[in-house]
Design a protein around this ligand. Structure first.
Ligand SMILES: O=Nc1c(NC[C@H](O)[C@H](O)[C@H](O)CO)[nH]c(=O)[nH]c1=O
Length: 175
């Protein structure tokens, strides 16, 4: 059965060649995280973002993503405005995590806190924070969304559809 879900690809080809993007990722569920980070980097490079302008940084778990994103944004803005050798501030941040439901409500509380936290970071900073956190009810759901599915259909790496919004949001943000 066909589906109506999905992101309609933008007809505008955004040029990422002058963008600087941070990728903040958790270290929980490493096999899936690694595939998502690789997918995001691949999409950013396809959009023309230079390799040295893609800056990955890790945190222990998804619960630490909002603070790390806020810190990396403010640090880059301070560095750009006060340093003797100013560097370009980040134009967007991609937050990547993998949350898999367990037997308790821990999953729900982290998912809620992280999603609201990341939204607050982007509204407070004015810098786009792309939501790349998988909130999976099962391991197979997470594996499928990283393109690592255990069945014949390996699924689709959802992080490749995070790189695009990072460049388009950054450009629309007037960077
Ligand atoms: O519990 N499961 C998960 C998890 N827990 C750790 C949490 O994010 C945080 O690092 C600690 O609570 C310490 O603050 N973090 C994830 O990214 N995915 C999970 O599936």
């Amino acid at each position: 059965m066909s589906t109506i879900k999905g992101l309609v690809p933008s007809t505008t080809q955004y040029d990422g060649s002058n963008l600087r993007i941070a990728i903040i990722h958790a270290r929980w569920n490493k096999q899936i995280i690694d595939a998502l980070v690789d997918g995001a980097i691949r999409k950013l490079r396809e959009r023309g973002v230079k390799e040295h302008n893609i800056v990955p940084q890790s945190v222990p778990g998804s619960f630490e993503l909002p603070l790390a994103c806020a810190n990396v944004i403010s640090a880059s803005q301070i560095q750009a405005s006060t340093s003797e050798t100013p560097s370009q501030p980040f134009d967007a941040v991609i937050a990547i995590g993998v949350l898999i439901k367990g037997a308790t409500m821990h999953f729900e509380y982290i998912c809620d806190a992280v999603s609201h936290g990341l939204m607050k970071v982007q509204l407070d900073s004015g810098v786009p924070v792309i939501f790349g956190v998988l909130t999976a009810l099962t391991e197979d759901q997470a594996l499928d969304r990283a393109g690592l599915g255990r069945g014949e259909d390996k699924g689709h790496n959802h992080a490749t559809s995070r790189g695009g919004p990072a460049t388009s949001s950054a450009k629309n943000h007037g960077c």
